[in-house]
Design a protein around this ligand. Structure first.
Ligand SMILES: Cc1cc2nc3c(=O)[nH]c(=O)nc-3n(C[C@H](O)[C@H](O)[C@H](O)COP(=O)(O)OP(=O)(O)OC[C@H]3O[C@@H](n4cnc5c(N)ncnc54)[C@H](O)[C@@H]3O)c2cc1C
Length: 326
């Protein structure tokens, strides 16, 4: 935990409580602390890209380690007076101007506004070796890792129908792409497109990944054959971490690629006082997109608070005061 909270601080109601200190949550916290808001960010320490060696495609920070990026961002938030708590939120209740978050440690935090920046879970296929190689030998996103595996032997593991699409994408980075069809029945259209791109299809079930000295070397099929690859690609269902918020009315919406929390403009949800940013609402967002969404949501949360408080201040003016002003 960063910072020791006194009893008064523990009981005080924050302007904004943020669940999740990934790119989205920390970016929002930076904007809000700089807007002189009291902000607490609670984080369970599982940012999605933690297994990756570097963050790619992030302007000005190309290749920085995910841990280093978040450590820097945390320092920036702390520098403006934000509070960071390393813990897991286990319960959320209340409503606008009075959300109550219960943490695994037993503490409780209150906030006027709530920003959900909990990210998503990549539901990996149960092929032995995939979990161990996730983020290194096993990839999902050509914009994150395509350059790193350019011209290499890339195997597309079809464990969901979405994976065939990945074959077409990764072909941009390498001419040595092979599709492992698994149980998937390819359509005529898919076969034609694969043929046009010179992508061979390996039929048959996938048994496991071959790994030598922590390096992926091939795909072992059910019939014992091993096909050499340097990288494997999966299309994982991407499911927003949303269960926690069902009690306050936030439900995930199904999507062909997983599930996300629906938002209106700038991350605002239909639940008054609740915003969502990053992968929890946009399953395709990379780090830059998640950070941008966090900053944007933060600006709108701040504006919302300013005008709610202004309305209240106006309502509290006496007739005499209003008369003097006009
Ligand atoms: C292997 C891999 C490599 C990637 N590489 C790149 C890349 O090179 N470039 C790029 O731009 N993008 C990359 N991405 C995508 C990147 O990870 C996401 O865009 C980014 O993490 C989204 O940020 P976020 O803040 O929405 O969620 P996250 O970074 O996942 O952060 C969410 C945080 O919320 C916390 N949390 C969740 N529930 C709770 C709770 N109940 N209580 C407290 N805390 C909670 C989690 O522990 C986590 O720390 C990669 C993704 C993967 C899987």
């Amino acid at each position: 935990m960063s910072g020791n909270m006194s009893t008064t601080e523990k009981n005080s109601i924050r302007d904004v409580v943020i669940v999740g200190a990934g790119a989205a949550g920390l970016s929002a916290a930076l904007t809000l602390t700089r807007a002189r808001r009291s902000v607490t960010v609670i984080d369970a320490g599982q940012p999605r890209n933690a297994p990756a060696g570097g963050v790619h495609g992030l302007l000005g920070h190309e290749g920085i380690s995910p841990q280093e990026l978040l450590a820097r961002a945390r320092e920036e938030v702390l520098g403006y007076g934000g509070e960071l708590i390393d813990d897991e939120v286990t319960d959320v209740s209340g409503a606008e101007d009075g959300f109550m978050l219960t943490l695994r440690s037993g503490s409780a935090i209150q906030g006027r506004r709530l920003l959900v920046a909990t990210g998503l879970v990549d539901e990996l296929p149960e092929i032995p070796g995939v979990r161990e190689q996730w983020g290194h030998g096993v990839l999902h996103c050509p914009y994150c890792h395509g350059w790193e595996v350019r011209d290499r032997r890339i195997g597309i593991l079809v464990t969901t129908p979405m994976a065939v699409h990945k074959a077409f994408l990764f072909r941009q980075w390498s001419s040595q792409v092979t599709l492992f069809a698994g149980d998937h029945q390819l359509t005529e259209e898919e076969r034609t497109k694969l043929q046009a791109l010179d992508i061979p299809v390996v039929e048959g079930g996938m048994d496991s990944l071959e790994i030598t000295d922590d390096t992926l070397t091939g795909v072992r099929l059910d019939d014992g054959r091993v096909v050499a690859v340097d990288a494997a690609v999966v299309a994982t269902p991407m499911v927003a971490r949303a269960e926690l918020f069902a009690g306050i009315g936030l439900e995930p919406t199904a999507h062909p690629a997983g599930a996300f929390i629906e938002t209106e403009s700038f991350g605002q949800t239909a639940v008054p006082g609740v915003w969502v940013a990053g992968n929890a609402t946009d399953i395709g967002a990379q780090v830059s997109g998640a950070a941008a969404a966090g900053a944007l949501a933060a600006q709108h949360i701040n504006t919302d608070l300013i005008f709610k408080d202004l309305d209240r201040a106006v309502a509290e003016l006496t007739d005499d005061q209003v008369g003097r002003a006009s």
